[in-house]
Design a protein around this ligand. Structure first.
Ligand SMILES: *[C@@H]1O[C@H](CO)[C@@H](O)[C@H](O)[C@H]1NC(C)=O
Ligand SMILES: *[C@@H]1O[C@H](CO)[C@@H](O)[C@H](O)[C@H]1NC(C)=O
Ligand SMILES: *[C@@H]1O[C@H](CO)[C@@H](O)[C@H](O)[C@H]1NC(C)=O
Ligand SMILES: *[C@@H]1O[C@H](CO)[C@@H](O)[C@H](O)[C@H]1NC(C)=O
Ligand SMILES: *[C@@H]1O[C@H](CO)[C@@H](O)[C@H](O)[C@H]1NC(C)=O
Ligand SMILES: *[C@@H]1O[C@H](CO)[C@@H](O)[C@H](O)[C@H]1NC(C)=O
Ligand SMILES: *[C@@H]1O[C@H](CO)[C@@H](O)[C@H](O)[C@H]1NC(C)=O
Ligand SMILES: *[C@@H]1O[C@H](CO)[C@@H](O)[C@H](O)[C@H]1NC(C)=O
Ligand SMILES: *[C@@H]1O[C@H](CO)[C@@H](O)[C@H](O)[C@H]1NC(C)=O
Ligand SMILES: *[C@@H]1O[C@H](CO)[C@@H](O)[C@H](O)[C@H]1NC(C)=O
Length: 406
């Protein structure tokens, strides 16, 4: 059985066998000091850690002889009693990639040999607490991901000051405060600083990152206006500035970003009208402008709205739609326009209803979970039922497989 469903049973077998047999195996092709380091991290080594495919991609080795060396190590779901020792880490100085996930262990100073070799460091909900100084030493990184870990930093500048090779940066839900750093002359493709307490406006230097494909600054305390030069980000595909206090208009230069797929500017203080050029952006799939101060007539027709996977404009009090262009059945969460392009405010009594009386579009008004309103409710029910049914199914198969095995 090679079905992925049999894996949980396999895991149980692996753990049991590592307790039964001697932890040191003469069959391993891994360099002995590195093997000992893995054993000190409670990683089962009864099967050769360099044999492929590695279970859950815990390890990945080079092909040197007579002994192979680790290139990548991924520790997940560790016990909090596990300790990283300097000696063990020093013996792992061939690692290019080190990944911690759900490992609440105490961080230690990394040996300089390991710092020199590391290109990718990923720390998700692990290592308890990190400091900017600790992170800033990892100078050779091209990928840095820190998420759900408090980082003690007076400013992001301290972290990135010496990292000149970074291409992929995520420091999210890390309790960061201070201002955004300037990124000039950098080849970075991915920046995610969501879920922190960053303040101030978006520096114009950000718009010089012409390799940048992904930018998320959502869930921070940013203010000021969107840089008018935002359109210089010619490689940008995903832009999220959601849940900040950004004001002013949506800059015209956005129209110059050729491959924009995803734009979430929701829950800010953007004002002005919604630019019509957005409907000419042919790759756009996700457009969320909800909960701002945008006003005027929605400049879109049905074919544009139907082409999108997510379209939200609710929560803009002065925005309205032209009811000879769009139907109230779309449940856009905004009022229809009068002949001056101003919203007709909702009548208090049902008898005064201006449209299909069975159609109370305000049902949808406070909803904030993405997706087109009119499809949402049935979806939730169907989804719930299918999740319930499939969980029962999976449980059944799981029991069947485990019984067959033992
Ligand atoms: C292991 O890594 C390979 C390539 O990096 C990837 O395609 C695969 O999905 C990974 N497997 C698991 C179980 O994470
Ligand atoms: C870690 O735990 C989570 C949930 O408890 C589980 O989904 C995941 O597969 C585990 N990862 C590994 C590598 O065991
Ligand atoms: C980064 O890597 C280069 C070799 O690729 C090495 O010479 C240098 O010492 C490393 N930097 C640090 C801070 O370890
Ligand atoms: C961590 O924060 C405290 C209090 O703000 C400060 O005194 C300390 O110097 C910081 N440590 C580092 C390494 O940034
Ligand atoms: C988050 O940062 C604030 C200061 O900005 C500090 O008072 C607080 O203790 C930090 N929280 C954690 C979990 O580190
Ligand atoms: C960016 O990439 C180019 C070529 O790919 C390279 O010449 C340049 O040095 C890189 N710049 C930085 C700051 O890494
Ligand atoms: C970018 O946006 C697309 C479309 O909304 C989405 O499917 C994709 O997951 C996003 N990419 C990342 C890295 O979040
Ligand atoms: C948008 O808000 C700014 C202040 O944030 C104000 O100066 C400007 O006049 C407003 N523009 C429109 C079109 O309402
Ligand atoms: C809808 O708007 C788009 C872009 O403005 C335009 O190209 C298209 O012809 C319009 N479709 C209809 C049916 O009016
Ligand atoms: C609504 O659309 C119709 C037909 O395209 C147009 O004649 C009318 O001026 C529009 N109303 C407003 C307020 O834009």
């Amino acid at each position: 059985m090679s079905s992925p469903l049999s894996r949980p049973c396999l895991l149980i077998l692996l753990i049991t066998s590592s307790n039964i047999f001697s932890p040191t195996s003469s069959k391993s092709t891994l360099e002995p000091n590195q093997l000992r380091a893995l054993q000190s991290f409670n990683i089962p080594t009864s099967t050769d850690p360099c044999s492929e495919p590695s279970f859950h991609n815990v390890t990945f080795c080079d092909s040197a002889t007579p002994y192979r060396h680790l290139l990548s190590l991924s520790l997940s779901n560790c016990s909090s009693y596990l300790t990283l020792t300097f000696t063990a880490l020093k013996s792992l100085s061939t690692l290019q990639s080190l990944h911690f996930q759900n490992c609440p262990i105490v961080p230690i100073t990394f040996p300089s040999e390991l710092i020199a070799s590391l290109k990718s460091f990923i720390c998700i909900n692990s290592l308890r607490k990190l400091s900017s100084v600790w992170l800033s030493r990892l100078e050779n990184l091209s990928e840095l991901t820190v998420s759900n870990v408090p980082v003690n930093a007076s400013g992001l500048v301290v972290i990135f000051g010496r990292m000149k090779k970074l291409k992929y940066i995520t420091i999210s839900y890390a309790n960061l405060s201070g201002f955004l750093p300037n990124f000039i002359d950098s080849n970075v493709t991915h920046i995610d600083f969501s879920g922190n307490h960053l303040r101030g406006s978006i520096p114009t230097s950000f718009t010089r990152l012409d390799s940048l494909e992904f930018l998320s600054l959502s869930y921070n305390l940013l203010d000021g206006e969107m840089p008018t030069s935002i359109g210089d980000l010619i490689s940008l595909k995903n832009l999220s500035l959601a849940s900040n206090s950004i004001s002013g208009p949506i800059p015209d230069s956005v129209s110059a970003i050729p491959g924009l797929v995803h734009m979430d500017l929701s829950s800010n203080k953007l004002n002005g009208s919604i630019p019509k050029f957005l409907s000419q952006m042919k790759d756009l799939k996700h457009l969320n402008l909800a909960n701002n101060d945008l006003h005027g007539v929605l400049p879109f027709n049905l074919s544009f709205i139907e082409r999108l996977e997510v379209f939200r404009v609710s929560g803009n009090m002065n925005l309205c739609y032209n009811h000879s262009v769009l139907s109230s059945k779309l449940k856009l969460g905004i009022a229809p326009c009068d002949k001056h392009g101003m919203p007709i405010f909702p009548p208090r009594g049902k008898d005064l209803s201006w449209d299909d009386p069975s159609d109370s579009y305000y049902d949808d008004y406070e909803d904030d979970d993405g997706g087109k309103g009119r499809r949402r409710r049935p979806n939730k029910v169907i989804l719930g039922v299918s999740i319930a049914l499939s969980s029962i199914g999976i449980l059944g198969i799981f029991y069947f497989l485990c019984f067959k095995r033992h």
